[in-house]
Write a protein that binds this ligand. Structure first.
Ligand code: TYD
Ligand code: MG
Length: 455
């Protein structure tokens, strides 16, 4: 008999190894690799040689079938992130930090989908039924026709789903599920992987949509949602800063709609409320024009969103100056500082640089480059940009400004919110008018000289 070989997996990203190491090559996480425990009752693996399989039926790509009807929850922010409502027999993962509001969101979504006519079951592995009922009462959802269970035994859950045949099942959370054919503890990589696989394949077979809730874990003690990302059709992350009321539901993968779409919610005493106009929300705390503050006209998914970048520059008391970023990419900031220095002759050596996206929003677009550069310069020169100005554009290493996508939508949103000037790269399809003055620049040095008189 062949010697049983040990295998190891990363609890953060699910990468597998045949020996233990301190750091995962896949995701760079430290101390996240643990030994896999084998399936207890599984048959010994045999090679595929010898026995013949049966032939698979092949089909054409063309189809006469109409696309499946989607169900709308009536929560517009959620429906948009799903790509226009819930697709039948789809598997969805909702990840996020503990306490961010996943259970609240999904209880509200369950109630809405149930009211829209879907037979819905909500399985909580974390809270007792009474606790979930109390939350429902607080959210004013006690009358919603949702069926509730508090259970972690996967076999019992699957048997119940098989008998009940719901159209939507919500599993909160995948890390609490326990498959009895897997020896390791709930929350381990093998358990999470097995439970997610069982649930998603069962759901596909029976035509049930499943939503799996997954906690993001930093410590690596339990497996994070990354382990299941590839098994599901749609991956949504629920983000937000503690201390800020609003939450962002972001589609990072979607087989049935655009990725990068966001839905914006506000956590209130009565649960999550939709935010229909995020730009107004993100800019609501802006006061008088101040040095270091610049409004960026960004695109999140299919929708333009205005956000404020704030920069602070101060002489550094340390031998190594600080670079601190919240809500944007740190290496992108380093690049922009380097371009400002190399192409415009503006040094940041010996200066601490703090960059922040106001309100806890996270921006990922390179289109924010020019807004970041403007915020940095504005802070450095202690010169505020006029309050009615929005900025966008990508900066290349040569110092040239590159046009970005969806210029028209960016300008329209700025106009809608009462801005009268937009600073953008030359070229592209940008057009001013309708009360909006467009100032275009081909390279960063010209922009710097013209707007800040520096460089
Ligand atoms: P929860 O949905 O339990 O988070 P998760 O499932 O992601 O761990 O949300 C917990 C937080 O939300 C908790 O700190 C209280 C807050 N909350 C409200 O502010 N208002 C509400 O109506 C509810 C139900 C929760
Ligand atoms: Mg929860």
């Amino acid at each position: 008999m062949a010697k049983a070989t040990k295998t190891f997996s990363c609890t953060a990203c699910g990468a597998t190894y045949n020996k233990w190491s301190g750091r995962c090559d896949g995701c760079g996480e430290w101390n996240s690799i643990v030994e896999d425990t084998p399936l207890s009752a599984g048959p010994a693996r045999k090679s595929l040689g010898g026995k013949r399989g049966s032939a698979i039926q092949l089909t054409d790509l063309s189809t006469e079938e109409a696309p499946p009807p989607r169900t709308h929850s009536g929560l517009g922010e959620l429906d948009r992130v799903l790509g226009g409502g819930l697709v039948p027999s789809s598997a969805i993962l909702v990840g996020g930090d503990p306490g961010i509001g996943k259970s609240t969101l999904l209880l509200q979504a369950a109630a809405r989908f149930a009211q829209a006519g879907l037979k819905t079951i909500y399985v909580s592995g974390e809270e007792a039924s009474a606790q979930v009922r109390m939350r429902a009462q607080r959210l004013g959802l006690s009358d919603a026709p949702v069926k509730l269970a508090a259970e972690t035994n996967l076999r019992d859950i699957l048997t119940t789903l098989e008998a009940e045949r719901p159209q939507l099942a919500i599993i909160d959370s995948i890390q609490t599920m326990w498959a009895d054919n897997v020896e390791s503890a709930p929350g381990s990589v093998s358990q999470v992987r097995a439970a997610a696989h069982e649930l998603t394949s069962f759901a596909k077979r029976k035509g049930i949509s499943v939503v799996l809730v997954g906690h993001v874990t930093k410590e690596g003690q339990i497996a994070g949602p990354r382990v299941v990302e590839h098994m599901v059709d749609t991956v949504l992350y629920f983000e937000g800063e503690r201390g800020h009321q609003f939450r962002i539901l972001r589609a990072v993968k979607n087989r049935f709609g655009p990725a990068d779409e966001i839905g914006v919610f506000e956590m209130t005493g009565g649960g999550l409320a939709e935010v229909g106009n995020p730009s107004a929300l993100f800019l609501s705390e802006r006061g008088e024009p101040s040095p270091g503050s610049v409004v960026f006209s960004g695109i999140e998914g299919t929708r333009p969103v205005l956000v404020e970048f704030q920069a602070l520059i101060a002489p550094s008391p340390h031998s190594q100056a600080r670079r601190s970023v919240v809500g944007w990419d740190g290496s992108r900031l380093a690049m922009i500082l380097a371009v400002l220095e190399a192409r415009c002759g503006i040094p940041f050596a010996g200066l601490d640089v703090y960059l922040n996206v106001a309100g806890g929003m996270k921006v990922q677009e390179p289109a924010a480059d020019l807004a970041v550069a403007a915020a940095l310069l504005s802070a450095r020169e202690d010169a505020a940009l006029p309050a009615d100005t929005v900025v966008f554009g990508e900066i290349s290493l040569s110092g040239a400004l590159r046009p970005v996508g969806q210029t028209e939508n960016r300008l329209k949103e700025a106009q809608k919110l009462g801005f009268s000037t937009a600073i953008a790269p030359a070229g592209g399809k940008a057009k001013g008018g309708n009360g909006l003055t467009l100032r275009q620049y081909g390279d960063l040095a010209t922009f710097v000289g013209d707007v800040f008189g520096a460089g």
